[in-house]
Design a protein. Sequence first.
Length: 414
Amino acid sequence: MNQAQFPIEQIRAKFPALNRTVDGSPLIYFDGPGGTQMVEDAANRMMMYISNGMANLHGTFATSIATDQLLDDTRAAVADLLGCEAREVAFGPNMTTLAFAIARSLASLINEGDEIVVTELDHRANVDPWLTLARDCGAEVKFIEVNPETYTLNLENLENVITAKTKLVAAGMSSNVTGTVSDVAKISARAREVGALMFVDAVHAVPHIPIDFKEIGCDVLLCSGYKFFGPHVGIAAIRADLFEKLPIYKLEPAPGEIPFKLETGTQNHEGIAGLAGAIQFIESLGEGATRRERLVSGVETIDMYESMLGQEIESFLRGLAGVKLYRALSGPRTPTFAFTIEGRNSREVCRWFADKHQLCIADGDFYASTMANKLGVNKDGGWIRVGLAPYNTLEEIEVFKQGMLELLASKVGV
């Protein structure tokens, strides 16, 4: 796909934040992995809900009935996005909070001497809830290692890592640092062989990769709306028969049936309205007879465009002396580029890009601290990360390229 075939101007017109300027120049948002900008479809849905009367659930009056319907409709939209059933979808504040809540509910199912498997590649939101569970229950923790040369998970010896003693496995579908797309279906299959539960972090994957919950074969999949053009709403897709058995910590009078039993307290109803708008935007980019088909097609359209942009950045960064790109040479990857510059402090580099070129570029370990420690990137402030979204352009990439050349010719960050 080339830029002429992608409706970039129509898409950019849907993101009001792109109109913001600093010192007379437009901001360039290269921080998609940390959170995308919100599409107007989402903002409009939020304001529509707020303006038409907010209410709590299960009442007899009009605004309460409308709020019930809103949650039902958005649940169905999320189910089509993820390839699961609507009754398997629960909302929460964010992915991390949902993961900790689910981990706490599993305490009665994990015994001393059991094993829990996590990965060295993952964001800590898909590591620490399970480490905490292991600590509380006396379970052993094992790691699927990341290959420090390819930035991919070592899946060749899964039989030795995931064993008959394994009760829970957690892996991310895509790294928010390296962009590596891991074969979570293969990991899930091994987990099923030994009767272990499988948890997938799809936060970074959903904006770039069509998700099929059933095809992956996992038990729980977690993601967040603010990573795919919506508001801050966490999502958990939980296999129905497991969901029904989970002993969730909840208030006594609160609903005990799925999916409501995980939605402790009053939810962010206006955020859930916005979530529906974000999904509507993705659907508008696709084709097909059903919403599920249009959503898969929409994500594929985004992926094709972002891949084209990503090739420009990748080939440029690989050709720069003194720049180390932490990215696999092949295989499926998202448009996420983490790199370091020899002898430069990452924080100072990102500050310079913000001040000189209004480029929103992030630095740090991005909560992938296990991998950051293993690869030794923290001594100079961690990684510098550029991540793309469908509202980015080749012209913005040219600004980044010229900025990098200017930076490398300077003493910034030394």
